[in-house]
Design a protein around this ligand. Sequence first.
Ligand code: AMP
Length: 210
Amino acid sequence: MKDAIVFLGIQGSGKGTQAELLAQHTGFLHVNIGDLLREQVNLGTEIGAQVNTIIQKGELAPDEIVFELIDRRIADCCDGVIFDGFPRTLVQAEFLLQHYHVVRVYYLDLKKVDAIKRIQGRKVCSQCGTNYHITNHPPKKSGICDACGGKLFTRGDDAPSAIRKRVAAFYEETYVLKKFFEEKGELKTLPALEPIQEVQDMIIEDIKLG
Ligand code: AMP
């Protein structure tokens, strides 16, 4: 079984940012399920056609599709995986436990009101996927990615109606996983509003101890 580290948290809590930094530190593969799904949409595949409307509405994609995309991405890849945006339901959590050795689950704790503020100002690079925020983490040149010069855009599912649905889906289907992993002794809660590097240092310290 491969090792898995999981990032759990409401939209905008910084799962992607922390997962990417930890992937650089550990050499594990960073797997973001939202990205895998959006890739299918952009490639115009059959799966993409099935999930496109679901994603735009801010609802969850079917579990079987999520499992298939994970299996494809991870086949013969690496020693360990860092999941960001997975699991989001109890069924997905059971799948995770059956197929991976869960090293740790990090819950990035952020209030709903702060999450909404963060998502509302989010801009994403159309070329390399780097995230920005119009006030908290603006690019040097407005609308242009610092890393690659690509154009920044607002994701369709960051529109207000979809944000409301995604936040509701988090509390209805995903929040229960906090307790689920807590009871298994695998969960550590981290303060998502602290500076990015400080949160990362807490994670690295925790992994060393474990
Ligand atoms: P994210 O980029 O993590 O905000 O995910 C964007 C969208 O992809 C979500 O709103 C869902 O529609 C879908 N999605 C991402 N991860 C999952 C998952 N684990 N299970 C089902 N749908 C997902």
